[in-house]
Ligand binder design. Structure first.
Ligand SMILES: C[S@@+](CC[C@H](N)C(=O)[O-])C[C@H]1O[C@@H](n2cnc3c(N)ncnc32)[C@H](O)[C@@H]1O
Length: 264
């Protein structure tokens, strides 16, 4: 299978060439296997990645099996204080990625891949990548993929994409799990083309009594909870502008675009 032109070596950003069903970096000679339905840019990491209970759970095969239908809806309901409405969430993602139509988009931390598959099925994008670092999540994503996404195993802190090659990026319910969200945003900003859209959802503190619940959730699950202004500041520090957001309880959906105009 040919290699998508957006990909590069995440270690040295050198160009890649096909190596069997995988890829080899033509600059540093690192080899990335591709025989499990995804290109593995973290072959040296094995199954271990992530610190803290919440992040570690994402590497469990049992969780990956029930994530979309059980785990996620329960978490979204608890965080938003209402019934989960994935259809509305997906519409919001699609509209935030309107400027990416015709280009390559990436579903960052795609988990078992349900949003990335829907983005591909929408027919609006030239190519859809699904990226995650969990072997368990990617095994599910690969099993259900039906050739829709180009799946890659990678770390959001070292994206395997060329600078300015990606038209839009989505990160659903993942920001709080990332070990270094600011470093990941820097990477998102690097790979987005000028004008490219970024849309994400995560947990953010509300006011009043609920704050205590949010702080407890963050301690027990060992993941981040953000202040809304902190997210705006983080994105703008890395050149992502026109920040906007929508709240549903402790959930925040936010979007921005890389500064600059798209090439004509
Ligand atoms: C709660 S799940 C979100 C899955 C899906 N995007 C959704 O909308 O529900 C968080 C995902 O982030 C992934 N993840 C956490 N840290 C990551 C990192 N540094 N690089 C890539 N993926 C990461 C986990 O493996 C997990 O699949």
């Amino acid at each position: 299978m040919s290699l998508p032109l957006e990909l590069c070596c995440p270690a040295c950003r050198g160009p890649l060439a096909a190596w069997g069903v995988g890829a080899v970096c033509q600059a540093c000679d690192r080899r990335y296997p591709g025989d499990r339905g995804y290109l593995d840019f973290l072959p040296e990491l094995g199954a271990a990645a992530g610190d803290g209970l919440g992040p570690r759970l994402m590497h469990s095969r049992a969780l990956a099996r029930v994530y979309e239908r059980v785990w996620r809806p329960i978490f979204i309901a608890a965080a938003s204080g209402g019934l989960p409405d994935y259809r509305a969430e997906f519409e919001l993602v699609l509209s935030a990625l309107a400027t990416a139509e015709g280009g390559a988009v990436v579903d960052l931390s795609c988990g078992p891949g349900f949003t990335g598959r829907r983005l591909a099925e929408s027919g609006r994008f030239e190519r859809v990548f699904g990226l995650d670092w969990s072997l368990a999540m990617l095994a599910r994503a690969a099993a259900d993929n039906r050739g829709l996404m180009r799946l890659v195993r990678g770390d959001v802190g070292h994206l395997p994409f060329k600078t300015g090659s990606i038209a839009g990026a989505h990160a659903g319910a993942a920001f709080h799990m990332w070990p270094d969200p600011s470093a990941a945003v820097a990477e998102v900003a690097r790979v987005l083309r000028p004008g490219g859209g970024f849309v994400a959802s995560t947990f953010a503190y509300t006011r009043g009594l609920r704050r205590k619940f949010e702080a407890m959730l963050s301690q027990v699950g060992q993941f981040h909870v953000f202040e809304a202004d902190q997210l705006r500041g983080m994105l703008s520090a890395h050149g992502l502008v026109d920040f906007d957001s929508e709240r549903r309880g402790s959930l925040i959906f936010f979007w921005a675009r890389r500064a600059g105009a798209p090439a004509a």
